[in-house]
Design a binder for this molecule. Sequence first.
Ligand SMILES: *Cc1c(COP(=O)(O)O)cnc(C)c1O
Length: 459
Amino acid sequence: MSTPTTTPDTERRLAELLEADRTFLWHPFTQMQVWPEDDPLVIERAEGNYLIDVLGRRYLDGVSSLWVTVHGHRKGELDEAIRAQLEKVAHSTLLGLANVPSIELAKKLISIAPPGLTRVFYSDSGSTAVEIAVKMAYQYWQLRGRTQKRRFVALREAYHGDTVGSVSVGGIDLFHQIFRSLLFEVERIPTPYAYRYEGEGDCAEACLRAAEELFERKHESLAALVIEPLVQGAAGMLVQPKGFLAALAKLCRRYEVLLICDEVATGFGRTGTMFAVEQEDVRPDLMCVAKGLTGGYLPLAATLTTEEIYSAFLGTVAEKRTFFHGHTYTGNPLACAVALANLELFEKERTLEKMKPTVEVLTRKLEEIARHPHVGEVRQRGMMIGIELVKDRATREEYPYGDRVGFQVCQEVRRRGIILRPLGNVVVLMPPLSLTPDEALWLGDAVYESIDAVTRERR
Ligand SMILES: *Cc1c(COP(=O)(O)O)cnc(C)c1O
């Protein structure tokens, strides 16, 4: 596991780096007042599924460096793709010019995308991919002369990124509430979160009824539905019941509402199929990808859409139907080159096939974890896993947010040589697809022991 090579020199270097981190940085989604006490690791290198800190300690990357790493770190083919591209050009713009890797990648993406998606618009993060989908959907209806269709529908616990547009369609109060008055208004569909459902009858059916009622009443004003297909990640890995996505897709068709699937987290094998929508045979009008697109190497995103939407933007220059949107690094050649190599690896290594035994090991381990007295619910779809901790299993009482119980469990897991990052009281496991069955066993055991150690202290 850990093989520290600590010497007074490396210790001193770590102290200096942490001092500079504390002095100059502001970390994302982080309460900086407590950050220095949280014993931060300073990562310097990586190897396969492991991150290595400045002291030489190795840690299993249990959340794929925030949901991005696919085939592991320092993957030969991916390193080489960047080196080879670097020998040619690092960056050239897509505004007024084309470049080789962005063309090759677009062609490849369309060849593996759900049927009907034929066009690729690049950007650089999941947030911008969603922002673009929202603006495209909006402008599409304007151009089609259906100018009343301006409203977006999203799920109540949705997470679609952190720019103002993507926060508008987001619905996680903890992150988004403070910005409410800055955002555009969105129609909401309740999240199918059966474990915390307090209404009558079946939870998912109630959500679908609410959606149907909304669509029936307001479809003339609705531009698009935005949804994370199969799993709502940042909400705590909320897994949708079978048929839920397909039912919403059907509603969209019936009421002429565009369907935007945000596959930023679920895309590229994370749920067991290349894209989550495949599992429900759903064909989105717009699809957003980012995170795993480059195998976790460089920031790159894409918004895919149909010929129907694309062609609505065509016209003479004077007609001004152009999509006036673009980012400076749109279609960056280095990022596109490594993304292409990433997609080729899926074929060459039969990644989706090879991950199956590992997923099965995780599923078995999760059955044990689910029996723990402080685990309320375990949710899994492929390599996306959420373990919801509860103070009281019978009443489903939550641990107070300020107690940071999920965080404590992750600190305990870290002592066992594994890096995880929770979402509140939900312990998230999101390992690289290259995780081995043996590593899955170890991960499962470490998580069980850590939950037990932390919750025992509090009993
Ligand atoms: C992470 C995430 C985003 C935002 O992606 P960034 O690259 O962090 O901007 C959007 N949607 C979903 C579903 C995500 O998980």
